[in-house]
Design a protein around this ligand. Sequence first.
Ligand code: ADP
Ligand code: FDP
Length: 718
Amino acid sequence: MGTGSSINLDTSDDHAGGQLYVSLKMESYGPKGDLVPHVFGSAPLVGSWDPSKALPMERESSSMWQLSFVASPNHDTLDFKFLLKSKDTNELCIVEEGPNRQFMGGTLQGVTRLALFRLTTDEVLEYRVCIKADRVSPFDLAASWRAYQENLEPSTVRGIPDVSINALPEDSENGMSSSLDLDLEQYVVPTPSTPVVYAANLTENPRSLKHIKESTKGDVGVSNDPQTTIKEREIATKAHGMVESKSVGTFSPLEKENSEEGVFVDRGVGSSRLVKSASATNLPASEAKNSMPAAAGAVAAAAVADQMLGPKEDMHLAIVLVGLPARGKTFTAAKLTRYLRWLGHDTKHFNVGKYRRLKLGANQSADFFRGDNPEGMEARNEVAALAMDDMIAWMQEGGQVGIFDATNSTSERRNMLMKMAEGKCKIIFLETICTDPQIIERNIRLKIQQSPDYAEEPDFEAGYQDFKRRLDNYEKMYEPVNEGSYIKMIDMASGQGGQIQVNNLGGYLPGRIVFFLVNTHLTPRPILLTRHGESRDNVRGRIGGDTVLSEKGEVYAKKLSNFVEKRLKNERAASIWTSTLQRTILTANQIGGFPKIQWRALDEINAGVCDGMTYEEIKKNMPDEYESRKKDKLRYRYPRGESYLDVIQRLEPVIIELERQRAPVVVVSHQAVLRALYAYFADRPLKEIPHIEMPLHTIIEIQMGVTGVQEKRYKLMD
Ligand SMILES: Nc1ncnc2c1ncn2[C@@H]1O[C@H](COP(=O)(O)OP(=O)(O)O)[C@@H](O)[C@H]1O
Ligand SMILES: O=P(O)(O)OC[C@H]1O[C@@](CO)(OP(=O)(O)O)[C@@H](O)[C@@H]1O
């Protein structure tokens, strides 16, 4: 990167986006107590001559220390000096002897190769230093940062093993280890997310009904009241000779439709639209077109390969569910939709049951589903075709993955769908098979409680008998999948492992889908998400860094340990995950009895050259960067750092592992990382992620289980 030791920087020269990349090295420095070489100087970026804001150098090898930063080229002079001081205090600061070092118009003045530090009148330490300055483009900077990161050494936290376990404190039995009250319920605070809703209610509405909605908005009794419950909104209303659900056309925040306006990243399922990474150019998303995928690494490589090599219909993928009623099809479809959207794939869930209810009414009895009822069969095929038409139309407008959720339990029906999809999208059947009578029984009971089909049936037993008859009707006609590309999930909900069979499957996304499905299960368990206790940098308003906890943060660490011991006291196994940064490790330090695991993937968003600055300083010294981030916080990538999209990509293995775990997990991490993780569980659209509130000293409990995801929050202190 770059060319020589110093180049002339002519500020009138308009090389678009050029910045001054300064690289400093100090040779042969061996640790002197806790003194670490730092740099400070005249610009705010290097601390405005305030030693407490000096930039610490990092150890590059056993005796070589280095620091690099990017300065705006449009300053006349930049004075600086080396100094030795401890990272956390300013008690002892030894500033190098001699005049200031200076960049003038981007050129280093003089070539003083030695830095002299006077310890006492007699004792002087002498180190060789090397200073380079290059003018480089932000693209080169981002590329070099990625290359650098790939070669980074593991854990940045010294002296603490990556996996550790400490014993329970002696007095944990009687709860005396901190001031936290035994009754955890008193710490519960309201959650911002919506209550658990039957997944089918959140699926797509028929396009034909959307049209009607426009012309009948006023008279279908649509509620705009966010307090209105889903069930109320699902109550069918006769409108224009058709049964329409009040859920159509609501503008309540509960409606899924609103969130679908969210940003999707082209990660090549692929679609023909390849979007240039706005983070690289800082262009608004709308202007970033037709060049390269937004994602990096393997995802981008797969996208490009699929675009170039795959047949046209492979650009869109239809996952067509197959299975008897109450086999977890809608549940699985909703979960897969959530996962793919979180990864950035434009995905929609089409539930034929919802189409049926909206077109034909919610109260069809079991006879409607008989194989020898020609009217029923025709009506069911009609709504299935309508949903399939809508899905294909949406794909032709650029949609990537359509999840088509119905029983699709005969080969005749599946043939119809395959014909409709010919030349338009690739179909993969996803069959859910369950042979465990107890699970089927539990599922049936859940369906009577949750499905809008029985919302109007006050008698549970009558609903139960009707559903059993419906099931009999389907069983008579059922033909397992044996055609095309398919994935069969067999007894995956049994807790005994089950089986996944795969036939005629290839490509990046189908591979990811199988991997995801293999790892998901229904075992109930909590996942506790929390930020670290307040850090010293949090107090100073500095982003990133690797400081220890403030006093308040230390109190939280105690309270958290007490909380976890109480909350998980009946659990035989659980694990505590932290990042590799001190503030999370110290926060989890006192939790006893469970193994602790450090994940590099849980490290905070890398603020690159802005690491250690306050938002005010960024605004003042790097106004363009500040503005770009404000405009598109999701895609904005800090120079030599990361964007939220980068963070999401590196968190995918964490999500898979959280899905796979059967025991509780406590995740102690950081603001940006937890926003991204939380968005997955709470099904929040990508564009919202950087703005999700993630308060300190609060635990978000995600309960995973047979009814999906539920959330509870505990605020332990301010
Ligand atoms: N792979 C599976 N096998 C069996 N049951 C499952 C599976 N996945 C989820 N379930 C359970 O099945 C219940 C009913 O699922 P649902 O998706 O409404 O069924 P379907 O759409 O097949 O009628 C869910 O609440 C969930 O607890
Ligand atoms: O994306 P924004 O809103 O800047 O939030 C992320 C920032 O939150 C901080 C605190 O300001 O995280 P944390 O203290 O949780 O590690 C910064 O380190 C990080 O850069």
